[in-house]
Design a protein around this ligand. Structure first.
Ligand SMILES: Cc1cc2nc3c(=O)[nH]c(=O)nc-3n(C[C@H](O)[C@H](O)[C@H](O)COP(=O)(O)OP(=O)(O)OC[C@H]3O[C@@H](n4cnc5c(N)ncnc54)[C@H](O)[C@@H]3O)c2cc1C
Length: 592
């Protein structure tokens, strides 16, 4: 069996029936992204990633990227060749604007492609992911000249990008960073300082690496208000676009990590390196926020992708491994026949479909917020993206760890043995709740910033949307009625938790911060049930009307996963509510 088979039916179903790709393709900017074209594109991309990158996944884990004595970094065998094929085929450019050589496809399509690439090889996928973040930053905040110099090469993938925020004393608290930037006579800046944990800070995949570096200018106030953002390329770029002198920066070491070993995580030293300022001084954090939503969504997709890859492996193993006799069997059964193994597999399957829908809904909201001609629709979509982003990142990546752990469990003792390969997914998944804002920070963002949008009206509108789906399912009767009732109960719990937070946060911020993580889990679980109920409603309609190009068995499964989630996962929200409304007393009474 292939190491990774892109789940094309489910990706297409989610794009067309959980999100509304056809409606997005009506917008002037996305007319070429009709569902049939997108389905072909994702089919082709998935095949390419599965062939080129999936077979390198294990090798990357074993070989790691290595730093050489001269400071250069060698990626695992086969990575450069596969990367060049990826660039030659034009895949990196698909979701970026045509004026810089991109394919102009919606972010939603970019996210579906990203899902496929990350499932194929998470350690590799981080190079394009960081480049994508840097492109986003330059698109929104770079000057015309900066965009002209850097974007065409970054969009094609000829040059890669990095994000340099973290320093030893400045992790979650980015405002504590001390890297300095001083102005030079020629209008450029000189950057000095050390950054840690820089993903693909140095490597051999591209001719140039465009570092985006956060630093302080001489009169900067302390904290995040004093941060500026600079472009600091590995090689300076001449006026004619050719590469010039080597900049005074380099990778001084590579971290030894728990997972994603193919991805070089670099300590970077900047020693008077030449940089150019992005936008205005001291506005760096504001600019970072404009790209953070996309970066956080991308990391949320990592939770989905790695769980999907581990799920496929677990299903294969469950069919191959024979052990014990299932009730009624006369010979040893494949373990997939045992109820408890089926519970593990269905727990994975249902959550994966729920995270996929949640991530794609987030991407759709980002597209509508950017491209819809109606300002009212844009504003509503922006709010929805703001609310969904920490949910996708926090809930999606926590589950990435839990679901890959279940995949290990399905393998029994062999799951704990490295050569099976499933342990790698679990180790790889563990980083996603940590970087791009830890999940604790995501939860605080959800309760601290997002709940307060429009005085609480934005979250109420969001929950009303879920309630409307619950009503629709309940009114449909048949197998959908139970889903509607269960979702309605989930909505009631989410409303109570939200109302408590909106009322209590102002009296003591720790009311919100103590509740943040259980609230995010609660909101994610209800959102997941919403996604699956939408899918079940659509599948029922398609089944009645000829299938819409989906196999009948696939559509029937949509009701099974939705029913399992609604009746066996969603009720967990009742148990989370007391943790949301408990307040911080116990947490601060405890001694450690
Ligand atoms: C493999 C890897 C790749 C990375 N890639 C990059 C990269 O490319 N670029 C880059 O700039 N950085 C990168 N990072 C850094 C990453 O983003 C940080 O590790 C992350 O932001 C957390 O910061 P920290 O490690 O300092 O943890 P800390 O900030 O010290 O957090 C420790 C714990 O305390 C909690 N905590 C901290 N502050 C608060 C608070 N105010 N309230 C409640 N809880 C709090 C956190 O949630 C966490 O659980 C990478 C890290 C790793 C490990």
């Amino acid at each position: 069996m292939a190491e990774y088979v892109p789940p094309l039916d489910d990706i297409r179903f989610t794009l067309e029936h959980v999100t509304d790709l056809a409606a997005l393709a009506e917008l002037p900017r996305f007319r070429h992204a009709d569902p049939a074209t997108v389905a072909d594109l994702l089919d082709e991309a998935g095949r390419f990633f599965a062939e080129q990158f999936a077979p390198l996944n294990r090798l990357g884990d074993v070989q790691h990227s290595r730093r050489n004595p001269d400071g250069s970094v060698t990626t695992p065998e086969g990575f450069t060749k596969a990367y060049h094929r990826y660039v030659d085929a034009g895949w990196p450019a698909v979701p970026f604007p045509p004026e810089f050589g991109g394919g102009g496809f919606p972010w939603l399509v970019g996210v579906a492609m990203q899902e496929e690439l990350t499932s194929a090889n998470m350690g590799f996928s981080l190079c394009p992911l960081l480049t994508q973040g840097a492109i986003d930053m330059l698109l929104h905040n770079g000057s015309e000249a900066q965009r002209e110099v850097y974007l065409p090469k970054m969009v094609t993938g000829e040059w890669s990008g990095t994000m340099n925020l973290t320093e030893p004393q400045a992790g979650s608290d980015v405002g504590a960073l001390t890297t300095r930037a001083v102005p030079a006579d020629d209008g450029t800046w000189r950057i000095t300082g050390q950054k840690i944990f820089i993903t693909y800070g140095e490597h051999d995949l591209t001719d140039n690496i465009v570092h985006l570096v956060l630093a302080r200018v001489p009169d900067a106030p302390p904290g995040t208000r004093g941060i500026s953002c600079f472009i600091v390329p590995k090689y300076l770029v001449n006026d004619d676009g050719t590469l010039g002198a080597r900049n005074s920066l380099g990778c001084v070491s590579i971290e030894h990590k728990m997972g994603i070993n193919a991805s070089p995580t670099c300590v970077m030293a900047y020693d008077g390196a030449v940089g150019s300022l992005i936008g205005e001084p001291k506005q760096g954090m504001r600019y970072m926020f404009t790209m953070m939503n996309n970066a956080r969504l991308s990391v949320g997709v990592e939770g989905l992708s790695i769980a999907e890859r581990a799920y496929q492996q677990a299903v294969t193993y469950a069919h191959e491994r024979r052990q014990g006799r299932a009730p009624g069997a006369t010979a040893d059964s494949a373990i997939v026949e045992h109820a408890d193994v089926r519970r593990m597999l269905l727990t994975m399957k249902a959550h994966i479909e729920a995270i996929r829908g949640t991530a794609y809904l987030t991407a759709e909201a980002v597209d509508l917020a950017r491209a819809h001609p109606d300002a009212v629709v844009r504003a509503a979509a922006h709010e929805r993206a703001e609310i969904l982003t920490p949910i996708t990142k926090g809930w999606g990546t926590d589950l990435g760890v839990e679901l890959t752990s279940i995949a290990v469990q399905v393998h029994g003792g062999m799951g704990y043995i490295e050569e099976t390969g499933v342990a790698q997914h679990y180790r790889d998944a563990r980083i996603a709740p940590i970087y791009e804002g830890t999940n604790g920070i995501q939860a605080m963002d959800l309760v601290g910033r997002k709940l307060g949008l429009r005085g609480g009206a934005a979250i109420r509108d969001f929950v009303d949307g879920i309630a409307a789906t619950a009503d629709e399912a309940a009114a449909a009767g048949g197998g959908l009625a139970a889903l509607g009732t269960a979702l309605g109960e989930g909505v009631a719990v989410l409303r109570r938790a939200t109302a408590w937070l909106l009322a209590k946060t102002s009296t003591d911020p720790n009311n919100a911060f103590a509740a943040a993580t259980p609230y995010l889990r609660l909101a994610g679980t209800v959102t997941g049930a919403w996604v699956l109920t939408r899918g079940a409603i659509a599948a029922t309609g398609l089944r009645a009307g000829g299938g819409g190009g989906f196999p009948a068995a696939f559509l029937d499964q949509k009701l099974v996963t939705a029913h399992f989630f609604a009746t066996q996962v969603l009720p967990q929200v009742h148990g989370l509510l007391p943790a949301v409304t408990a307040g911080p007393t116990d947490l601060f009474a405890a001694t450690f």
